[in-house]
Structure formats: structure tokens, C-alpha cells
Design a protein around this ligand. Sequence first.
Ligand SMILES: [Zn+2]
Length: 350
Amino acid sequence: MKRLLSPLTFFTKACGTFGLRRHAIILAYHRVCPHTECDWLLKDMAVQPDDFDRQLSHLKRNFDIVSLSQLLDILSNGSRLKVRPAAITFDDGYADNFQYAFPILKKHNAAATFFIPTGFVEDSHLFWWERLASAIVSTSLKKAEVRIWGDSLNLKLDGTHQRSTTFKKIAAILKYKKLTLINDFLENLSVLLKVTYSRFPSYTMTWNQMGELCTSGIVGIGAHSHTHQPLTILEDGELVEELNISRKMFLDKLGITVDCFAYPYGEVSDFNQNIKNYVHKSGYRCALTMRQGFCYPDDDMFSLNRIGVGGFDTDEIFKTKIYGIMPFINNLRSVGWKRLLSERRMNLKN
Ligand SMILES: [Zn+2]
């Protein structure tokens, strides 16, 4: 990490300190592992262990790292934030969370919450996006034509740029299909591209590993649905099942009651008011999104913002995300200098 205070760091810290309401942050990680352990197409999902270690050091010096439930208590309190709390979360339950992230969390005594899609625990199959990436990365073909739900799609596979574009194009279509249809498509694709999908006995965390996390005293578990499908494509009955099966499995396997939920994918298009109502009615106290932003005391507890941390985030980008240039600029646009300065004066009096 660069020790000198660069102009960008100075500006981002100033944005966090001056003119803005003090904010809380919920960081969202997926994988933590060396980049040699993942396909190049998905490196942005994997934060390298050394980077994660430095990020936690920075957070410890500049934020109060609290558990997600403590952060919710602080937000629910409704008063202006006197500290700057940060909660750390992980989605999808990758085994590398246990192997690489957990020891670093313990080293820093930092709390974290792991959101697990229960249908994939101890499953040796890769997630569908991993299988898609591995097919596109490993095929020796330069082009192919695939049928995708009645349409014919020309796959351009000559070079990394074409493969990256092709991956994004297909992933965007698959995301909103039922899981059984995705699995069928990927089987056909593997034949077409002449590849086989790897299977890993320890690709996701086991129940025993999650049990160890729970007894550490610093880790909480949250629900991330059972099958990790966008909830917006499900009938109401299926939605209720997704919300209830995972809770029941955590109770049966780990003896814990989970009360936090993270929407699969979590973009704004992946939840709506009907879904929020069902999450609330199912007994959860909050739901986290992947909408990028800070958290404030008056936020809706069933659509909380997070800050996604990616594998290509340099230290400077990480700081920009947690202190926030974009929220500052947006605030300036919508509120204006005079109101911003008067809020700052009120902050100083409190
Ligand atoms: Zn997920």
C-alpha cells in the first residue's frame, strides 16, 4: 500500500469527512484467493489474500469494524452516526472464504457475515457462471454457432477480447433463466465447444467448515436463497420456498437461526416491493443488495446498499469506494453547496 497520501486519497478522505452525512458501509466480497486459482474471465470476483489483508488493516485504522447485526442496531437507532461503522460480508459460500479469508479475519479480529446459497453447500459442481467461463476459456474453437432458446447465436472466440464479450453476452441471457434450463444449456455447450467441466470436491464450504466459522465468535451466517436464482423470475410459492428452505437447513445443520438475507445477484432489477414484503414476512430483519452505495440511519432495511470489492481494485480504488467520490458529487448536484455546508456545520455541533 502506498504510504504517501496521494491527491486522490486526500480528496476521497476529504469527501468522507467534509460535507457528507457520516455513513456506514457494508462491504461485499465473493472469492478471496490467488488469481492463479480462478479463470481469467472471473478474476474480478476474486480478491487476492494480500489485498484483503491490507484492506482490513485500512478499515481497522479508519472505521469501526462491527458485525452486521451490530451495524443494523446502529442504523435502527435512528440517530446521526457518531462513529463510522463498517460490516464485512461474503456471498456464495466459496471454500476459499474458509481457506484464505477466515484466517485473515481472525488475524484482525474482524467480524464478518457469510451469505450462503444452501443448495450448493458441499456440491462439487461449479456455479453456472464458472462453468460458462471455463468452457469459453478452455475451448480451442475460434467460433461456434449455438442455439439458445430458439435463437441462433454466433459465438466469437478468437482472442481474449472476443471471449470476454461472448461470456458477458451469454451470461446476461442465462441469468434470468431457471436453473434447470441453464444446466441443460451448459451441457449442450460443452459438447459443442468440445470441453468438459471440472469438478472440485471442495469448491464450496462444507457444513463442518461453516460450523467452525460459527464457533469462532467473529462470524455470522446469512441466507442467500437455496438455488441462487433471481427472485424476480419465481412464482410467489417458489419464492417462499427459497426463503424458508435455507433457514430450515441452517437450523437443522448448524443449529442457528439466521435473520439476514442477501438477494441473489442483488442488482436493482433483482428485487421489488413484493419480494421485500415476502422477505420481511418470512422473519428476516434485513435484506442486502448489490446496489453500490453507503448506508444511513433512515434507510430501508430490506434494500440496503453495499460496496462490492473486486479483484482489480487497487488500494486507491478501494479507498475511493469506501470514502466515496461519486456520492459526494451526487450530493453536490442534488443538494447544493449551501445546504451541504449547513449540514457540515450541524455535524460539527453534534
Ligand atoms: Zn450470490
